[in-house]
Design a protein around this ligand. Structure first.
Ligand code: UMA
Length: 459
C-alpha cells in the first residue's frame, strides 16, 4: 500500500474515529485488529459489525501481544498517550498514528485545518460555509464529529475540506500537512490528557509541523500563538480586534519577517488585508455571531477563505447568515428584561472568560468537572458579575474564587436557572457558561444546555 504502507494494523478505541479507521483499513486490504477497554452493550454491537467486515475485535481490554504483531497502530483521540498500551507501542518503536494522520492519507483535496482551545467548531463551520458560498465543493470534518478518514472517502469531488483538529489528534501525526492552518487561541484545558500548558501548546503547534512556505498559518496576535508562528515554515497571517495596520506592525516586529495577510477591526468595520491591500471588509454590525470572541473567529475564517480565493461577497454573505451553533453563547430567551444565554459548551475558564467579555451585569451559572484545570483565573471576571450560581463537583472551589460576589448553590442546572433568575434584575444577563465539563452530572454539554433552556422557558 502506498498511502498507508502497513499490512497489520491495530486500531485502539472503538468510537467514531476507531470505527471509521477500521472500515477504511479493511477496505484497503489491511489485516485489522480493533481493541477497546470498555465492553458496553453499544461496543458489543459495534464489535459484531466490524467482525462481520473481517476485523478481529477485542473489547474489555487491550492485549500487549498485539503490539508485536502489528506494523501500525491507529489510536483514538480519547486515549491519552500515557495509557500503557499506547506508551508501550511508542516505546517499542511501533508506528502510531491518530485517525487524523490516517485520514490525511486519503485526502485528495487540500485541507484547511482549524485548532485552538475555544471556537474550533464555530470557526470550522463558518469557514465551510464561506467555502460553499464561494461555490467550492467543501465539507466540514474532523473533531467536529465526521472523522476525516470518512469525510475523505465518502465525498467524491471535494475541492477543499474544512477540518477541525484537536490537540489529541495532532499529537500522533506524521505527514499531516494542511494548506491552511488556523490557530485560534491556546488557553488552559485538558490537563487530564496533557501534562501541562507547554505540552498542550506543543501539541497544538504540530498543526504547522509539515507546512512549507506554500502553506498558510493563521494565528491570533498573542504571545502563545506567535511563538508557534515564529517556528513555522508557513507564510503567516494574524488577526486581532484592532486596526489591521497596527496588527501588521506588531506581528512583524515580533516575528522579524513580513506577514502575508492580516485581519482586524477599526471604526466598526472588520477587514482582511493581503500584502497591504484591503481584500475583504464588512460592518461589524452585519455579523450575526455575538460577542468579541466570535468576531475573532470570523476574522480567522475570513483570512483563510480570502487566501483560498473565495470572493469578498461570498465571505460577507456567509458571515451575515451564520448565527452560530447550539450551546455556544446561544440566545435562549428574554424574561422580565433579563436575557438568558446558553453557553454550556464552555468547558474551560478561557471559554467562560470569553463569553463574559463584552457583557456587563452577568449572573453566571458555573461548575461541573474541572478536568484538572486550575479555575482561579475566573476571578478576573468578578467585576462583571452581579451574582454566581455554582453546581457540580467544582462548586466549593468556585465559591472560594468568587468570594465577594453574591453566590448561590444549586443541585442541578434547573435549580441553577431558577436561582439565577431570582438574583438577576432587568438589564442583566443570565449566562450558563460552566468553565467545566458536564460529565459529573450529564451525558454531555448538549444535555446540560438543553435542560437549562427548557428550565428558562418554564420560568
Ligand atoms: N478507550 C480505550 N482505551 C482507553 C481509553 C478509551 O479503548 O484507554 C476507548 C473508549 O472506551 C471509547 C473509545 O476509546 O470507546 C474513545 O474514543 P474517543 O473518545 O476517541 O471518541 P470518538 O468517538 O472516536 O470521538 C473522537 C473525538 N473524541 C475525543 O477527542 C475525546 C470527537 O471529539 C470527534 O468528534 C471524533 O473523534 C471524530 O473525529 C469530541 C471531543 O470531545 C467531540 N473532542 C475534544 C474537544 O472538542 O474538546 C478534543
Amino acid at each position: 500500500l502506498t498511502a498507508i504502507d502497513a499490512e497489520r494494523v491495530v486500531v485502539a478505541g472503538l468510537g467514531l474515529s476507531g470505527v471509521a479507521a477500521a472500515e477504511a483499513l479493511l477496505e484497503e486490504g489491511c489485516t485489522v485488529r480493533v481493541t477497546d477497554s470498555s465492553s458496553s452493550a453499544k461496543l458489543k454491537a459495534r464489535a459484531e459489525v466490524l467482525r462481520s467486515k473481517g476485523a478481529e475485535v477485542m473489547i474489555g481490554g487491550h492485549d500487549p501481544e498485539w503490539i508485536s504483531w502489528a506494523d501500525l497502530m491507529v489510536v483514538s483521540p480519547g486515549i491519552p498517550p500515557a495509557t500503557p498500551f499506547v506508551a508501550e507501542a511508542v516505546e517499542r518503536g511501533l508506528k502510531v498514528w491518530s485517525e487524523l494522520e490516517l485520514g490525511w492519507r486519503f485526502c485528495e483535496a487540500p485541507v484547511a485545518a482549524v485548532t485552538g482551545t475555544n471556537g474550533k467548531t464555530t470557526t470550522t463551520t463558518l469557514l465551510n460555509e464561506m467555502f460553499r458560498a464561494g461555490h467550492l465543493n467543501s465539507v466540514a470534518a474532523g473533531n467536529i464529529g465526521l472523522p476525516l478518514v470518512e469525510a475523505a472517502r465518502t465525498n467524491p469531488g471535494l475541492e477543499v475540506i474544512a477540518c477541525e483538529v484537536s490537540s489529541f489528534q495532532l499529537w500522533f501525526i506524521e505527514t499531516f500537512r494542511p494548506s491552511q492552518a488556523v490557530l485560534l487561541n491556546v488557553a488552559n484545558d485538558h490537563y487530564d490528557w496533557h501534562h501541562d500548558f507547554k505540552e498542550y501548546l506543543s501539541a497544538k503547534a504540530r498543526i504547522t509541523l509539515n507546512q512549507t512556505p506554500e502553506d498558510l498559518l493563521v494565528v491570533r496576535e498573542d504571545a502563545s500563538c506567535l511563538s508557534v508562528a515564529a517556528r513555522s515554515s508557513a507564510r503567516v497571517a494574524a488577526f486581532a480586534l484592532e486596526p489591521p495596520r497596527e496588527v501588521v506592525a506588531r506581528v512583524e516586529g515580533e516575528l522579524g519577517r513580513p506577514v502575508h495577510a492580516v485581519g482586524g477591526v477599526g471604526a466598526g468595520v472588520a477587514s482582511v488585508e493581503v500584502a497591504g491591500e484591503r481584500a475583504w471588509s464588512m460592518p461589524v454590525a452585519d455579523i450575526r455571531l455575538p460577542g468579541p470572541h466570535n468576531l475573532e473567529n470570523v476574522l480567522a475564517a475570513a483570512i483563510a477563505a480570502t487566501c483560498a480565493g473565495v470572493s469578498p461577497q461570498a465571505i460577507s454573505a456567509a458571515a451575515a447568515r451564520f448565527e452560530g451553533l447550539p450551546h455556544r453563547t446561544a440566545y435562549v430567551a428574554e424574561r422580565d428584561g433579563v436575557t438568558y444565554i446558553d453557553d454550556s459548551k464552555a468547558t474551560n475558564p478561557h471559554a467562560t472568560k470569553s463569553a463574559v467579555r463584552g457583557l456587563d451585569h452577568v449572573v453566571l451559572i458555573a461548575g461541573g468537572r474541572a478536568k484538572g484545570i486550575d479555575l482561579s483565573e475566573l476571578s478576573q471576571i468578578k467585576d462583571r458579575l452581579a451574582g454566581v450560581v455554582v453546581m457540580g463537583e467544582a462548586a466549593a472551589e468556585l465559591k472560594e474564587i468568587f468570594l465577594g460576589v453574591p453566590v448561590a448553590d444549586a443541585a442541578d442546572v434547573e435549580e441553577a436557572a431558577r436561582k439565577a433568575a431570582a438574583m438577576a434584575s432587568a438589564g442583566d444577563t443570565v449566562l450558563l457558561s460552566p468553565a467545566c465539563a458536564s460529565l459529573d452530572q450529564y451525558s454531555g454539554y448538549a444535555e446540560r444546555g438543553a435542560r437549562f433552556a427548557k428550565a428558562v422557558l418554564e420560568l
